[in-house]
Write a protein that binds this ligand. Structure first.
Ligand code: FDP
Length: 333
């Protein structure tokens, strides 16, 4: 009987680093630290349903300790896993208004980390999958400490992007620009194991569209006609979890079209360019798909502010291009 070797995330990262003799190891360490933060967040997420026993956020638990909201906890865990390592010049989080500096007592490094610590957080209370999204850039500004300019870089300049899905299993999926690789957390040994090497969006894709259809009345004519077309075909199925990480993960594994369009309430879309759209666009593009704002490639959008929003259309190339054709006809909302 032949058994497949078990490849841990650590072993995989060491192997990848060996293929780049110029690598300093800094980058590998950032991914290691991200994996550690993911395990800590995963542990807390799995306890979310025990909130009545362990204590609701904002109150004390049975041990008399104060309990943080899970998204703030996740924000803190990632920051603390990263702030002292000497690999990062600065960070930016969806939870913080400004660039998050590295404390003066720690050395600064050559990379910048942007992250959404707990995406889909409105799903926590109902026990639906949520996730963490991250994006890594190289520092471009002069000087030791990172600045806003280091964070406001186009998606095509990302050196890595990934997400962690806290679902029926916890998975870490990442790319450094040479394929997308997925690891599943084995909780019995506390290790991420390579379960999905070289992920690509299947061809032919699943005919699935994913959008919050309750907003139909707020969409542009082009958007309405696109969804009417997809429904009218009678060939498409619809799936919308309302947790971007989970919806994108399904799209990656099965193909389809995920959309969060502009609407009258969110004229620029709801999803954040730097923390959600750009990292997911890098992953989907690396997996053979496409990601646009309906017209422009997400990876080519020049960010002008930290919390900038963008419409998002991502998934199987043919469906993203189809969406673009409908939207170009009538972009008025
Ligand atoms: P949430 O508000 O629950 O944090 O951008 C955050 C996000 O979730 C995405 O994960 C998700 O795709 C989207 O918002 C859901 O928004 P709607 O409830 O408007 O559909």
């Amino acid at each position: 009987m032949t058994t497949r070797p078990v490849v841990t995330l650590s072993r995989f990262l060491v192997h990848q680093e060996r293929m780049h003799p110029e690598a300093t190891g800094a980058f590998t360490n950032i991914l290691h630290d991200m994996a550690l933060a993911a395990k800590l967040i995963s542990r807390e997420v799995s306890k979310a349903g025990l909130v009545d026993i362990l204590g609701a956020a904002g109150r004390e638990n049975v041990h008399g300790e104060s309990v943080q909201k899970l998204d703030l906890f996740a924000n803190d865990v990632i920051y603390r896993a990263m702030d002292h390592t000497g690999h990062l010049a600065c960070m930016a989080s969806e939870e913080d208004d400004e660039v998050v500096p590295i404390p003066d007592e720690f050395p600064a490094g050559e990379y910048v980390l942007l992250y959404d610590p707990l995406d889909g957080s409105s799903n926590i209370d109902v026990n639906v999958s949520i996730g963490t999204i991250f994006s890594v850039h190289r520092k471009v500004s002069e000087g030791k400490r990172g600045t806003l300019a280091d964070c406001l870089q186009m998606g095509c300049r990302q050196v890595a992007a990934g997400y962690v899905l806290y679902g029926s299993s916890t998975m870490l999926v990442y790319t450094t620009g040479s394929g997308v690789h997925g690891f599943t957390l084995d909780p019995s040994i506390g290790e991420f194991l390579l379960s999905h090497p070289r992920m690509t969006i299947p061809e032919p894709p699943s005919k699935t569209y994913s959008i919050n259809e309750a907003y139909y009345a707020r969409w542009s004519r082009g958007q309405q006609r696109l969804v009417s077309y997809l429904k009218g075909k009678g060939e498409f199925g619809s799936r919308y979890i309302g947790s971007m990480v989970a919806d994108v993960h399904r799209t990656l594994l099965q193909g389809g079209l995920f959309m969060y369009p502009a609407d009258t309430r969110h004229p620029r879309g709801k999803l954040r360019l730097l923390y959600e759209a750009a990292p997911m666009a890098m992953i989907v593009t690396q997996a053979g798909g496409r990601a646009t704002d309906g017209a422009r490639d997400i990876l080519e959008i020049e960010p002008v502010e930290l919390h900038q929003r963008t419409p998002v259309y991502l998934g199987s190339s043919e469906f993203v291009e189809l969406a673009g054709r409908y939207l170009v006809e009538d972009s008025e909302i």
